[in-house]
Design a protein around this ligand. Structure first.
Ligand code: S3P
Length: 439
């Protein structure tokens, strides 16, 4: 990928309607379950981002016929539970942790060997959280000495286990659920914290019994999936950039349409409201087994808060943009239990702290915590920040420019294409000004 530089400008007011692209988590799962199902799955609202396209290509490389019609429409001709074929080359999933971790679960029980690789960021992210419990199920997966990819997977017969998740991670939970489809007996997965439940919802939609007893899920091996159409809602994690943009812009109002409001995902709305954000949920409804709504959001005076630790896993991807809101909020915002931010596409605590410091914000990170002293009025100096190739950091600082004294230059923005390729166009459509150049 070429290195892209953005120059984002202060703007006086935002207005208009935004329809954010499809949910990344749900788009990945629609390809995966569609591929393993009997029958044909039509997906609409699919996220045309690099991460989800990497998942699509990986399943095509295992012999699954997938037609990509464009504009979010995809047809998956399911190969059935036992219909995947051995790939002839390593499966390269780029920047996508979701692809790698969920596919490790699918591949562990196949009757063939495979290898999962990714870009420089993904090859540094921890994979033992997935490979260790899969090994307890009988899987044979080799990692590097540091517990990172490449993952060399020798498919083996699997058996069910009882496992308590040591971290609130939907990627880990989903990998074990998918491996559980291939296991003899039943796999029991106990959650110690809430994580997004898209896999459970979609498995049930494809006719698989996933039992829930309190915080424990149970899945019996050998169940076949029946194809069904999937309508992917707009991604609340993408909407979050426009939520904060509308709140911190000096004036104006945005309507965000068709936003996924799954209660295991949407805590960003609760957190921003607690800061004083004027957000109205309009027309709540359901699409494809997921709750959705439109969100009306107005420029607001924000105040610093202490963020409830219980909300952290339910807003885990939104912390970079929440930190931008906090820098525009009078008083101090504190958050803790943020350890997982250190192992995302970048070390988001370190990279956000460095960027906020570069723009003159008073803040500090602890090992797993953050403190930000925000300001009403002009909250940021202009200047240059490094996104470290992290899509969510790049978009967060593009939004910060709305309240900056001078333009903000953001380095290394190419990976915005992994989750939100249309971000800049949509932002410009509502009054933001972001120039792009190629380094
Ligand atoms: C995801 C789960 C989360 C999230 C990621 C997508 C998923 O990761 O950060 O962007 O689709 O399951 P963890 O499971 O590591 O928390």
């Amino acid at each position: 990928m070429t290195n892209i530089i953005w120059r984002s400008h202060p703007a006086p007011s935002l207005s208009g309607t935004v329809r954010v692209p499809g949910d990344k988590s749900i788009s990945h799962r629609a390809i995966m379950l569609g591929a393993l199902a009997d029958g044909t799955t039509h997906i609409s609202g699919f996220l045309e981002g690099e991460d989800c396209l990497a998942t699509m290509r990986a399943f095509q490389a295992m012999g699954v016929a997938i037609e990509h019609h464009g504009e979010g429409r995809v047809t998956v001709h399911g190969a059935g539970l036992h219909g995947l074929r051995a790939p002839t080359a390593p499966l390269d999933v780029g920047n996508s942790g979701t692809s790698m971790r969920l596919m490790a679960g699918v591949l562990a029980g196949q009757p063939f060997a495979s290898e999962l690789i990714g870009d420089a960021s993904l090859m540094q992210r921890p994979m033992r959280r997935v490979t260790e419990p899969l090994a307890l199920m009988g899987a044979e997966i080799a990692t590097s000495e540091r517990g990172t990819a490449p993952l060399a997977i020798h498919g083996k017969p699997l058996h069910g286990i009882r496992y308590t998740l040591p971290i609130a991670s939907a990627q880990l939970k989903s990998a074990l659920l998918f491996a559980g489809l291939y296991a003899e007996g039943t796999t029991f997965i106990a959650e110690t914290g809430i994580s997004r439940d898209h896999s459970e919802r979609m498995l049930r939609g494809f006719g698989v019994a996933v039992q829930q007893d309190g915080a424990t899920l149970a899945i019996r091996g050998g169940q076949r999936l029946t194809a069904r159409d999937v309508v992917v809602p707009g991604d609340v994690s993408s909407a979050a950039f426009f939520l904060v943009a509308a709140l911190i812009a000096p004036e104006g109002e945005l309507l965000l349409e068709n936003v996924g409001m799954n209660p295991t995902r949407a805590a960003v709305v609760e957190i921003l409201r607690a800061m004083g954000g004027d957000i109205t949920v309009v027309n709540p409804r359901e699409a494809g087994g997921e709750p959705i709504a439109d969100l009306r959001v107005r420029a607001s005076r924000l105040y610093g808060i202490t963020i409830d630790e219980a909300l952290v896993p339910i807003a885990i991807d939104e912390f970079p943009i929440i930190f931008i809101a906090a820098a525009c909020a009078e008083g101090e915002t504190r958050a803790s239990a943020l350890h997982e931010l250190r192992v995302k596409e970048s070390d988001r605590l370190a990279v956000m702290t460095a960027g906020l410091h570069a723009l003159g914000v008073d803040c500090g990170a602890g090992e797993d915590s953050m403190r930000i002293r925000g300001k009403a009025g002009t909250a940021f100096a202009g200047g240059q920040v490094a996104s470290h190739g992290d899509h969510r950091i790049a978009m967060s600082f593009a939004v910060a420019a709305l309240r900056a004294a001078a333009p903000v230059e953001i380095l290394d923005c190419a990976n915005v294409a992994t989750s939100f390729p249309t971000f800049r166009a949509l932002a410009q459509g509502v009054g933001m000004q972001i120039e792009e150049s190629h380094a």
